[in-house]
Design a protein around this ligand. Sequence first.
Ligand SMILES: [Zn+2]
Ligand SMILES: [Zn+2]
Length: 248
Amino acid sequence: MQTFAQFPVFAAFLGLLAWTITTQAGRTQLQSKSRADWWLDSAGLLIQGIAIPAFQVFLIDQVYRPWLSIPPGCLTLSPIVTFLVSFVLVDYLYYWNHRLLHREGLWQVHQVHHTVTQMDVLGTSRNTLWTSFLIVYGWVHPLLIYVLADPTAYLWGVSLTAGLDLWRHSQAMIPVESWLHRCLSPWLILPQDHAWHHSSQVPHCNYGANFKLWDRLHRTYDGRDQLPAAIGIATPFSLMQKLLFPFP
Ligand SMILES: [Zn+2]
Ligand SMILES: [Zn+2]
């Protein structure tokens, strides 16, 4: 079931990677990446692409099925509502999840994600080895897959959210004066918006994944047409500290 959701995400990843490699700016960007950052980003992508799906299967089979007092497939929703639960409702949960990661105490854990110094699809999952397990998706997706009678539309929402996450971290920006930008910019978090989240100046804004609505609602939205002058927040951590924080 989950393979069905992972395939379009993997295709989106390969497409964005191919786009990066075939542009001069993209090649320069990849060449300037340090060896430590290659290791860090590769580890993050493997955790996100292999360990988290395996953890979700474990949760369904070993935790939710034996311990929840509700039978599997007990929730019947129309495909549209199922998709909206995934793409809108879980998106709101993610907003608060991400915002909490910026609070004192959890920021030290999340800041590794903010060490990217350029928007880069390979850096999408940059984190400590275990921070991805603090993201709401890892726990909520298997729960919904377990309770929904037909989770197909839910998985489409999962795929779309994950594909947008990859795009948001890439340099495939939509030109500001284009019709596509005019259509998407009022409601969708674009790479430009997430670039400001990764900026050195104002990283505590634009927490949303899919919708701008949550940031606007809670006054954390920072929308600007130009890109930030500098991306990334430096830490004194070594590669091993970034992978294993708080364990030295
Ligand atoms: Zn953040
Ligand atoms: Zn990010």
